[in-house]
Ligand binder design. Structure first.
Ligand code: TXA
Ligand code: MG
Length: 323
């Protein structure tokens, strides 16, 4: 595996060629780093599952470079989905749409729908565009972490997660730290009305303002659609340290809260974001820092309010779920 720290045009060309050959390329997006493979190559997709230790049948998001490519993967696209695509792509949003024959069972987990995203990170967009110029149709990319672990928001975190599971020709593109820090909003667009399966930086309010309707937050289905062992999935986004969302830390426990909260006596502060946006940006690195420090417990004061706080609270609840 090689780490490419200078993502020049030549490096992007090489990375796209690696994808075309069936190798894996981890790349930055504005949300989290993804582990990419050619979404039409069954063997390459099988390697993603293996590298992540992810149960088979858990669907993958297909990343494309522009709206012009959407029809290749999705059909019967509702008007409201087109509006969302125009408003929020490229960006931190995934639309679940009815699939075309191109989206095989090994991508969709056997469902009749497929998740599609156009990310806005310049390295991601350049890679997707170059891959398409070399004949590719889409890049499947789950978050570049081991199954159930914390998503990587920096190339160093991808390396820590996956170095032992990648092969000689695989690559990690370093595009710096992710600016958003939590995974994309996933919106189910297969019904009359959209619903949010996983909250993210494209918030309920933003979607409602764009469409002029009220929508549901349907996170009961989030991360668990078509999963044989749903219980497995309640614990997700979790560090090795045990996460507590209530209670007070004591000597040697980790502590995460907005900067306005003072650190309880004896606790080890691993993050002190000034805003909810910064909270999202630093949360996963704070979890990693807690693990590097070997902390057994991390106490978190969750952010309040709507907007990105909803996504942060969703991930915190999953990270604190008893394993
Ligand atoms: O921000 C993100 O979305 C990142 C970056 C790399 O794009 N990707 C990501 O992928 O978070 P992943 O695989 O770690 O999480 C995607 C979630 C999974 O829980 C999966 O079950 C769900 O999206 N998903 C994917 N396709 C779906 C589909 N067709 N229907 C319902 N859920 C789907
Ligand atoms: Mg993930």
């Amino acid at each position: 595996m090689s780490i490419i720290s200078n993502c020049t045009a030549t490096a992007i060309k090489d990375a796209a060629a690696a994808l075309v050959k069936g190798d894996l390329v981890a790349f930055p997006t504005e949300t989290v780093y993804g582990l990419g493979a050619d979404a039409t190559n069954e063997d390459a997709i099988a390697r993603i599952y293996k590298a992540k230790g992810r149960p088979i049948g858990h669907p993958l998001i297909v990343h494309i470079s522009s709206l012009g490519k959407l029809d290749k993967w999705a059909r019967d696209i509702p008007e409201y989905a087109v509006k969302l695509a125009r408003a929020f792509w490229p960006g931190p949003m995934t639309l679940v749409l009815r699939r075309t024959d191109l989206a095989k069972n090994f991508i969709t987990g056997g469902q009749d729908n497929v998740g599609i995203r156009i990310p806005s990170h310049t390295v991601a967009l350049a890679l997707l565009k170059e891959f398409e110029d070399q004949g590719g149709l889409g890049v499947a990319a789950p978050s570049a972490n081991r199954f159930g672990a914390v998503s990587p928001t920096a190339a160093s975190a991808v390396e820590i997660e996956l170095a032992d599971f990648l092969s000689k020709n695989d690559q990690i593109l370093d595009g710096g730290p992710c600016t958003i820090g939590v995974e994309s909003t996933i919106i189910n667009c297969t019904q009359n009305k959209p619903s949010i399966l996983r909250p993210g930086a494209v918030t309920k309010e933003m979607i409602e303002d764009t469409l002029g309707i009220t929508i549901d937050l349907d996170t009961s289905n989030s991360e668990s659609i078509q999963i044989q062992a749903p219980g497995l999935l309640e614990s997700h986004y979790a560090p090795n340290a045990k996460v507590f969302l209530t209670g007070t830390p004591t000597l040697g426990d980790g502590f995460i809260a907005l900067d306005s909260f003072t650190t309880p006596a004896g606790a080890i502060r691993v993050a002190a974001p000034k805003t909810n946006e910064e909270y999202a940006q630093v949360l996963y690195e704070a979890f990693r820092l807690a693990d590097i420090k070997g902390l057994g417990r991390v106490f978190v004061i969750p952010p309040t309010g709507d907007g990105i706080a909803v996504a942060i609270n969703d991930r915190l609840a999953k990270s604190a779920f008893e394993k």
